[in-house]
Design a protein around this ligand. Sequence first.
Ligand code: HEM
Length: 256
Amino acid sequence: MYSKFLNFRKLILSALLIVLVSVLLQRVYLKSSSNIPEVNETTKKLIYNKEELSKYDGVQSERLFLAVIGSIFDVTSGSKHYGKSSSYHYFIGKDGTRALVTGNFKDESEDKDHILDLKCDNIFSIMHWRKTFREKYSYVGKLEGRYYNSDGTETNYMRELKAKLKLCKEEKEKVEQENTEFPPCNVSWSEEEGTRVWCSKSSGGIVRNWVGVPRQMFTPGKDKPKCVCAQQETNMLKPYTGCLSTSAECFVKVEH
Ligand code: HEM
């Protein structure tokens, strides 16, 4: 019986090993499957200008390059996404960072790599894209332009972006901290009842061991209060009119 168990264990281990080896082999194959010659390491440039980058379009050069926030990646292995007539061919041979969040694949303006005016969430999303490209494709170099100077140093624009990113992260942490202390309420609306707000142990996506009571929180600069679940009263909070102070559910009365 024991030896049967050992044999079974061996079988499972061998099967796992085979799966692991084939996954590894597949990865190696995918990375090197294209017959297109790699850009020669010794002649590879580290800084490209826009015109040079535009040549890596899969036709003038067989390789496919794109830039995100001024970093150039060789995405030839992803030709099913980026090749001619593929869904994301727009990004090839240029820095079209902005379209990563706007989805505007027709933007050929000078602003197609401009992102400083975007909302924090969009900037986070772009940073996440750059991370994905770094992990999936090989880094080729820098694009001279909005983000890098011709000597590869960072431009003022890049410095401003980094400063904005820092502010965005601080703001996000502040909101997360506030959400832990005062999680948002659940909200629903129906024609009969109007707006119903209520607290639960997971309202606002904040899982906790308390429920709290709905309160209106007023924030400077915002004209409408938001509904938060509170454990105790503070002077930032106002109860809902006509709602019991201990009730976990209130109906929002429109005050005239
Ligand atoms: C702002 C809009 C969008 C942008 C900028 C975008 C961008 C991209 C990019 C760059 C890739 C390739 C990633 C790689 O190199 O691996 C990709 C893959 C993909 N996208 Fe989008 N996308 C957008 C919207 C959509 C929408 C609306 C859908 C679905 C309806 C979609 C479905 C997919 C799928 C399924 C893949 C993976 C395909 C595969 O791995 O075979 N995308 N997307």
